[in-house]
Design a protein around this ligand. Structure first.
Ligand code: GUN
Length: 285
């Protein structure tokens, strides 16, 4: 079997096109969606991600501003900035790029963002709403994965979905989203005793561990749908996922490439959340 490629770039482009019209229409009604992106320090990967977020905003007409702070910024300084952004009417969404330098407590920062402007979906109030299935801001990467699966016509009802990785950003939220579509979900992690036993049962496999090409062809069954969340730079400079594409794509029925799979969808969902925030806030003004 040779896998169908799930083209995240193309799916993201078509969604962004729809959002461009939506933003234009909002502007006609005096609503300009605005996003503030905060980056601290000079982590090269974070800089690339933040650049892509700004570009995504510009592409579809969302106002954006970047707050680029030095690596030795104190927690108080960052909390002051968040307080200002919480009160700023031009700003509907606030994103603080992670990871943060070690002198800053990530939890305090994420909790300080107004939950109505939490376009990352990381605030505990929004996480709680997601758990009980209330309308809220969904975290962008797992939400992007769900949209990819939906656009690819993959029905999750009753399927064995196996997630490798238990992070707050991907593994835990995708568990809930898959469950809400009636999949039977297993989460594997670094202490899982027999990883192959689980991956070999998967109808849908989500790899989100951050270990280059860890999932090999002999770990999956024929016909599996594979979503690769990993973005790993090898010493050679080559960008690879958590899945060994060469061997796994020979057995899978559908697979996301790296790059061009999950990545473009993550930013698209951030833009979607920013528009959602702007619309909601316009109702309460
Ligand atoms: N760092 C890696 N992924 C993310 C994300 O989705 N949001 C934020 N804020 N930081 C990240």
């Amino acid at each position: 079997m040779s896998a169908r490629i799930i083209d995240g770039k193309a799916i993201a482009a078509s969604i962004r096109q729809e959002m461009t019209s939506e933003v234009a229409q909002l502007k006609e009604n005096g609503i300009v969606p605005g996003l503030a992106v905060v980056i601290i320090g000079d982590d090269p990967a974070s800089k690339v991600y933040v650049g892509q977020k700004e570009k995504g905003c510009a592409q579809i007409g969302i106002y954006s501003e970047k707050h680029d702070l030095p690596g030795d910024t104190s927690e108080e300084e960052l909390l002051d900035l968040i307080d200002k952004l919480n009160k700023d009417d031009k700003i509907n969404g606030i994103l603080v790029q992670l990871p943060l330098p070690k002198q800053i407590d990530e939890k305090r920062v994420l909790y300080a963002i107004d939950s109505a402007k939490d376009v990352d979906g990381f605030h505990p109030e929004n996480i709680g709403k997601m758990v009980i299935g209330e309308d809220t801001f969904l975290p962008c990467t797992p939400h992007g994965i769900m949209v990819l699966l939906e656009h690819s016509g993959i029905d999750l009802k009753g399927k064995e979905a196996v997630v490798v990785g238990r992070s707050n950003i991907v593994g835990k939220p995708i568990l809930l989203m898959l469950l809400s579509k009636s999949a039977t979900v297993t989460i594997c992690h670094s202490k899982t005793v027999d990883l192959n036993f689980h991956t070999a049962r998967a109808d849908v496999l989500i790899a989100a561990v951050g270990i280059p090409e860890m999932i090999k062809g002999d770990m999956v069954k024929d016909g599996v749908v594979v979503i690769d969340v990993g973005v790993n730079r090898l010493e050679s400079g080559k960008l690879v996922g958590d899945v060994e594409f060469e061997s796994v794509s020979k057995k899978a029925s559908a697979i996301t490439p790296v790059p061009g799979g999950v990545g473009p969808m993550t930013i698209t969902m951030l833009l979607k959340n920013t528009i959602k925030a702007a619309k909601k806030q316009s109702l309460t003004k």
